[in-house]
Structure formats: structure tokens, C-alpha cells
Design a protein around this ligand. Structure first.
Ligand SMILES: [Zn+2]
Ligand SMILES: [Zn+2]
Length: 336
């Protein structure tokens, strides 16, 4: 099979590898569509993200969908020919966090495209059936892959307690901000405001039913909003601080975006308003919800896709955003 391999900083190449064999409980999936994530770009540019360092060739890509082509021993939950979406993190399923249902916090998780575990820019992948979800035909191949970022949005809404009538501010209209905005609407938020400085991304947020605010023209503090939930997706410390200052009393702030390691926190504001601040790390038990949101038309993931690339053009996919600021979500299609 053909596999796109990151061999070093700024160096990806297609290699031939043997098609893997599904072991007990596994399925073999022919990959149809893989979204490019900011983390893939970061590994390509820097060879590391925090403590995760690319020390040997690594296959990138963790937002994957495809079709089951073989079953390992003991698998009866899926069938050959079934279209599927892959949940990319496989936890140990026996530690304290896993047994508490918080398997996203498992310290032993094996996650696609996070060293040393290979991802899905590959014609075939072996994956546990328990983390492989059948999707109906109303979910496109691209959407099957993009259920992964949508899961981040679903998880953020759960962490924030978004409910009917919620007023939600989403800072940052990148792919994660846009799925958070769509998930918030689907969770019943009656007001969803999205901020950014990128006009094409703001236009997309509007198409998704959000109110777009260009904070290069209207600082968020002058936007006349008082959200009870802030889903912070910019990773920008000043944007985060300014947005926190708009949150209503007893509001909730979920820090989703990654960017800087330190945040100037307006402590008197947080204390006086009894804000609840929390992080969000990936997701747990989100795929069934994410699938239903897309299958019923409440969330449209195909709107995010701004380009398709084959395995030979992974480098183009990884660098698309820096060449064209209207890029949102490049998608790699390993099997043409
Ligand atoms: Zn991602
Ligand atoms: Zn565990």
C-alpha cells in the first residue's frame, strides 16, 4: 500500500508498506478521506508538539473515514463494505480514568499521528472495531473524517453545559471554532457569536447560522454581547482575555484553542462573576452524537472543506493554509 510519511521537518514522501493484518477485535479500513489538522501542520513545520517529538518517520492524519475491507477474529459489530468513521485515540480501557468514563484522559492512549503512533495518510489502516463507527449514507466521505473535529465541538459544548437558550461566544473561526459554533446551535444555543479577523472564515461562520464579529473592526468588548458560555478556540491570549471580560455572571469558559502556554487572566472579573474556567482535551463518547448531528442535517461538515489532495500532494495539503488565507479544511483522499 501507499503511505505518506513525515521523514523530518518539512519532508513528506510517499512510501510503499505492506497492508497490515487486522488482529483480534480489529478491522482493516480502506481510507477514503482524511482532514488536515493544525497539529499535522505543526508536526510538519516543527517536528514536535510540546512533549511529543517526531523521532522516527511518522504517518500524519487523524481525521479519517473509509470503508471496512476485512474483519479480524471476533469482530461482529461491523461488516465488510460498511462505511465508517475512525475515532483516532485508542485508550487502555483499564486505568482509573478509562474506568471512570473519562477515557480522553487516559495516560496510555495511542492516538493517530502522535509520536510514536502512525496516522491515516495511508491507503489502509488497522483499527479496533470498538473505535470504528458505521456511518449512514447521509454522511459524506469527507464528513466521516471530519466527525473527529466535530467531536471536539460536541465535547466543548458538553463541558460548557450548552443548552436550549444558551448565549454562546466562540472566539476564533478556524475549523474548531466553526464546528463549535455549529455544535452549539445543535445543542440549542439561541445566540451564537463567532469572532475572528479573517473575512472568509467569518463569512463561513455566518453561513453556518452564527453572528460574525470582525474584531479588527469591532473589539469584542464593544460588540454588545454578554454570553453565558465562551468557547475559546483562537488560542490567542489577548483575544481570550478580552472575550472572558464579556462573559455573564456565573458563566462558563472552555479553553479549547491551543496557541500560547500562558494566559493573562482578568482575575477580579473571574472572581466577581464566579466564572467557571476549564480545559477540554479531545473527547469521550462523542461519535454517536456527532454522527447523528450530521446525519440529521443539524451540522454540515462539508461546508468546511476547501480542497482535495491525493497522497502524492500531502505537502500541498499541509501548506495550503499559508498559501491561501481562505483555506479552512484541506482533505486528503488516499485512495483515488
Ligand atoms: Zn484534529
Ligand atoms: Zn486508560
Amino acid at each position: 500500500m501507499r503511505v505518506s510519511v513525515l521523514r523530518g521537518v518539512g519532508d513528506v514522501a510517499v512510501e510503499e508498506r505492506p497492508v497490515p493484518e487486522p488482529g483480534p477485535g480489529d478491522v482493516l479500513v480502506r481510507i477514503g478521506s482524511v482532514g488536515v489538522c493544525g497539529s499535522d501542520v505543526h508536526y510538519y513545520d516543527h517536528g514536535r508538539i510540546g512533549p511529543y517529538v517526531v523521532e522516527k518517520p511518522l504517518v500524519l492524519g487523524h481525521e479519517a473515514g473509509g470503508e471496512v475491507v476485512a474483519l479480524g477474529p471476533g469482530v461482529d459489530s461491523l461488516a465488510v463494505g460498511q462505511r465508517v468513521s475512525l475515532e483516532p485515540g485508542v485508550p487502555c480501557r483499564s486505568c482509573e480514568q478509562c474506568l471512570s468514563g473519562r477515557y480522553n484522559l487516559c495516560p496510555f492512549v495511542e492516538f493517530f499521528a502522535t509520536p510514536p503512533y502512525d496516522g491515516a495518510f495511508s491507503e489502509y489502516v488497522v483499527h479496533p472495531a470498538a473505535f470504528t463507527f458505521a456511518v449512514p449514507d447521509t454522511v459524506s466521505d469527507d464528513a466521516a473524517g471530519l466527525l473527529e473535529p466535530l467531536s471536539v465541538g460536541v465535547w466543548a459544548c458538553r463541558r460548557a453545559g450548552v443548552a436550549p437558550g444558551s448565549r454562546v461566544l466562540v472566539t476564533g473561526a478556524g475549523p474548531i471554532g466553526l464546528v463549535c459554533a455549529q455544535a452549539a446551535r445543535a445543542y440549542g444555543a439561541t445566540e451564537v457569536v463567532v469572532t475572528d479577523v479573517n473575512p472568509s472564515r467569518l463569512a463561513l461562520a455566518e453561513r453556518m447560522g452564527a453572528v460574525a464579529v470582525d474584531v479588527s473592526r469591532t473589539p469584542v468588548g464593544n460588540a454588545g454581547i454578554e454570553p453565558d458560555v465562551l468557547l475559546e478556540c483562537s488560542g490567542h491570549p489577548i483575544a481570550t482575555r478580552d472575550a472572558i471580560r464579556t462573559v455573564a455572571r456565573a458563566g462558563r469558559v472552555v479553553l479549547v484553542g491551543m496557541g500560547s502556554d500562558e494566559l493573562p487572566l482578568p482575575l477580579p472579573y473571574v472572581q466577581d462573576h464566579e466564572l467557571v474556567l476549564t480545559g477540554a482535551f479531545r473527547y469521550a463518547n462523542t461519535w454517536p452524537t456527532a454522527i447523528d448531528l450530521v446525519a440529521t442535517g443539524r451540522v454540515d461538515l462539508d461546508l468546511l472543506v476547501t480542497g482535495h489532495y491525493d497522497l502524492d500532494d500531502v505537502e500541498q495539503a499541509l501548506t495550503a493554509a499559508r498559501r491561501d488565507p481562505s483555506t479552512v479544511k484541506p482533505v486528503v483522499r488516499p485512495v483515488q
